[in-house]
Design a protein around this ligand. Structure first.
Ligand code: SF4
Ligand code: SF4
Length: 302
């Protein structure tokens, strides 16, 4: 990220913090639930397999922008499967920029070409070294690594969801990622126990051990896009939920924080780090605010 963009984003974030504390600022647009993978932990893929048309996606983007959202994520299913005639995900990213979004991002399984320099950040799932990743996500590790290596821009952040299968592979995944020059950082989440995949959830003691190990990796200098100061709240699930600053939109329908917001009891077991971090920032936890500025500048700045 260029210094000028980081300054613009920080200025906007600061104003939002002071004047718009309870409004959504970070928006996710679901493009489709169609996906070429069938991950062990997934509960959302290929339920309808509908790919929403450009006009609808544009309307969703416009609605978020009008409400003051300036950070946008494109999600699936697999977002690189999105198309409308000759239009592709790249056109959506360009349109988001034109509309005025300050930070435009994609969340992908990494099995398609990742050469998309117009995106600020491409979050690519990697759930461990080859045997573990493929056990969770099917035979895709080699393809994901090849696509990361071939992508021309340094706008990739690897994303690992820690669960019962890969909880011992945090260090080895960090080592793999550190050897990939196009990757800026790795970011972690804990598995959230959606119905049918509760068995993958970590208990509190296991989460604590994981964050201890992530802290060691931070001390060793690995580029990790998570906030150490938020770990105690994440382990205890003691952050405010849902996160009022996040919104998700699919085909005109909106949810505060995540589509999981309506599942009774799930927020109290949430494993997502980012809504936790953002809730803490907007609850004026000063150490988390300072940590966010420092960590994001370190991991995302050119
Ligand atoms: S890549 Fe994502 S959407 Fe597709 S099956 Fe895996 S978790 Fe689900
Ligand atoms: S479980 Fe609740 S807090 Fe976590 S992402 Fe879903 S809606 Fe947000």
């Amino acid at each position: 990220m260029r210094a000028s963009s980081l300054v613009k984003l920080s200025y906007w974030g600061l104003r939002a913090l002071l004047f718009r504390r309870d409004s959504p600022l970070v928006g996710s647009v679901i493009l489709t639930d169609r996906c070429n993978l069938s991950c062990r932990h997934c509960t959302v893929n290929n339920i309808t397999s509908v790919i929403y048309p450009y006009a609808q996606i544009r309307k969703d983007m416009q609605a978020l922008y009008s409400d003051g959202v300036r950070v946008i994520f494109f999600y699936g299913g697999e977002p690189f499967l999105w198309h409308d005639g000759a239009m592709s995900l790249q056109d959506l990213v360009k349109e988001a920029r034109k509309m005025g979004f300050l930070f435009v991002n994609i969340v992908t399984n990494g099995t398609f070409s990742l050469t998309l320099p117009e995106a600020d950040l491409i979050l690519v799932s990697l759930d461990g070294p080859q045997a573990i990743h493929d056990r969770i996500r099917g035979d895709s590790f080699d393809t994901v690594l090849a696509n990361i290596s071939k992508s021309g821009s340094r706008n990739i952040c690897v994303y690992m969801s820690i669960n019962q299968i890969n909880k011992n592979d945090i260090e080895s995944t960090c080592e793999i990622v550190a050897a990939l020059p196009t990757v800026r950082a790795i970011s972690f989440n804990f598995h959230t126990p959606y119905a049918g995949v509760e068995d993958l959830q970590l208990n509190r003691a296991e989460k604590q051990l994981c964050v201890n190990r992530i802290e060691d990796l931070m001390d060793q200098g690995y580029s990790i896009l998570n906030l150490r100061s938020a770990f105690p709240y994440i382990v205890d699930n003691s952050f405010r939920t849902p996160c009022n600053q996040c919104v998700i939109i699919e085909n005109g329908e909106r949810w505060l924080c995540g589509r999981c917001v309506d599942v009774p009891g799930l927020c109290a077991q949430c494993g997502f780090f980012f809504p936790a971090e953002l809730s803490l920032v907007f609850d004026f936890h000063i150490p988390v605010m300072i940590d966010m500025l420092r960590t994001y500048a370190k991991c995302l700045w050119e």
